[in-house]
Design a protein around this ligand. Structure first.
Ligand code: QAP
Ligand code: CO
Length: 188
């Protein structure tokens, strides 16, 4: 059990591309296990490896976990359905939907993002076995969001220039203010 630090915008690691996983070993199991601990702790419904500083093509998703639940116990009761996607690629896309997305690396903001409605993905599991999945709804949106992360892309990149600018300013201002606060404390 390990909860990792979630990197937030504008950390440059979030702009790097993940490398394909080649070794399906216990190190990979540990990464995935820590990613789930981190995601459920946040709580969130999806997490990509580069959000925790690991540049490997791994995403974890649980769209059945009730992140709005009062406490950890009620969230768990609502259901847990952990899914692991290693080296996932989208083979086919159809339709389009608008979904109000958020991101643990862009905390406190959510905006409508245009995504494909239905996708067909190929991915590997922890053992390296190949799978194919056709999906729509929240899982399809979450997968597209996490695969963007693994390409170094954030949901705010898909917003209009104006909206992206507003979010960037607010996040940078907040960062500046917490830096000023910590400096003040050190000088006291
Ligand atoms: C990605 O996002 C996603 O701003 C996962 O203050 C996006 O878990 C999956 C979160 C859209 C499906 C649809 C965001 C938590 C969690 C915040 C998340 C926050 C606290 C985001
Ligand atoms: Co995200």
């Amino acid at each position: 059990m390990a909860i990792l630090e979630i990197l937030t915008f504008p950390n440059p690691v979030l702009r790097q591309k993940a490398l394909p996983v080649v070794d399906f070993n216990t190190a990979l199991e540990k990464i995935v296990s820590d990613m789930f601990d981190t995601m459920y702790d946040a709580p969130g419904v999806g997490l990509a490896a580069n959000q925790v500083g690991i540049l490997q093509h791994v995403a974890v998703i649980d769209v059945d976990y009730d992140v709005e639940g009062e406490d950890e116990k009620s969230r768990k009761l609502a259901g847990k359905n952990p899914r692991i996607f290693v080296n996932a690629e989208i083979l086919e896309r159809t339709g389009s939907v608008l979904f109000k997305e958020g991101c643990l690396s862009v905390p406190g903001f959510s905006e409508q993002v245009k995504r494909s409605e239905k996708i067909r993905v190929r991915f590997r599991d922890l053992q390296g076995k190949n799978h194919e999945l056709e999906t729509e709804g929240l899982l399809a949106v979450a997968l597209q969001h996490e695969l963007d992360h693994l390409e170094g892309r954030l949901f705010i990149d898909r917003l209009s220039e104006v909206k992206r600018g507003l979010i960037k300013n607010k996040l940078l201002k907040h960062r500046h203010e917490s830096f000023e606060r910590s400096r003040f404390r050190v000088e006291l």
